[in-house]
Design a protein around this ligand. Structure first.
Ligand code: GTP
Ligand code: ZN
Length: 198
């Protein structure tokens, strides 16, 4: 989605969010009038709206815009897609990598559209499990492939900076549809995403 669209769409909302951030700064004891913070509420509002722009984007349209008829019928894997999302419980980042695969059934999709779909669902308030399901379901229902697989590995700042304060734990979630529900296909995918040659 073009950035211009985002700005035009959100002028009033940006102002409202800006005002809320200014109030928060005051509430935590900051001097909202000091030089370094003068533009902070506005910057924070723009950052938050950027990080949640997925609410205003349509992943189905993104996929439909680049579907091509092709007879290729082997697994297509896009691995190591960077993911940055916000947990819905604390609104703190969780981040890591997504690995997505599908087996075409008459149609392939433009490769860049897969990371775009990941971003549409990541740029919302999420839990990692639902993010995984959103991506799997969207590709399954739109592209209608023979199978879809998604694995996400992520670290959660709400478990690192606060709360339980575990710095090295990684959470892995997965979703499998169609042919990936068969153990051999699933294992082939898992083997390929763990190799450097896929
Ligand atoms: N399942 C799941 N849990 C998450 C995710 N992101 C954050 N959480 C968890 O959401 C839970 C919220 O639990 P609460 O007990 O209501 O919140 P809390 O008191 O801040 O919990 P602590 O983090 O344990 O201090 C915590 O266990 C978080 O670790 C996620 O993507 N998936
Ligand atoms: Zn959290």
């Amino acid at each position: 989605m073009p950035y211009r669209y985002l700005e035009e769409y959100n002028i009033e909302i940006t102002q409202e969010v800006r005002n809320s951030y200014e109030r928060i700064l005051g509430e935590i004891g900051e001097d909202t009038g000091r030089e370094g913070l003068l533009k902070t509420p506005e910057r924070a509002a723009k950052a938050m709206l950027f990080l949640t722009q997925g609410y205003r984007q349509d992943a189905v349209e993104i996929l439909k815009g680049a579907m091509f008829t092709e007879s290729y019928s082997e697994m297509v894997i896009i691995k190591d897609i960077e993911v940055y999302s916000l947990c819905e419980h604390h609104m703190l980042p969780f981040f890591g990598k997504a690995h997505v695969a599908y087996i075409p059934d008459g149609h392939i999709v433009g490769l860049s559209k897969i990371p775009r779909v990941v971003d549409v669902f990541a740029r919302r308030l999420q839990v990692q499990e639902r993010l995984t399901d959103d991506i799997v379901e969207c590709i399954n229902q739109t592209l209608k492939p023979k199978g879809v697989a998604v694995v996400i590995e992520a670290a959660h700042m709400c478990m690192m900076m606060r709360g339980v304060q575990k710095q090295n734990s990684v959470t892995t979630t997965s979703g499998f549809r169609g042919q990936f529900e068969k153990i051999e296909t699933r294992n082939e995918f898992l083997k390929l995403i763990s190799s450097d040659l896929s």
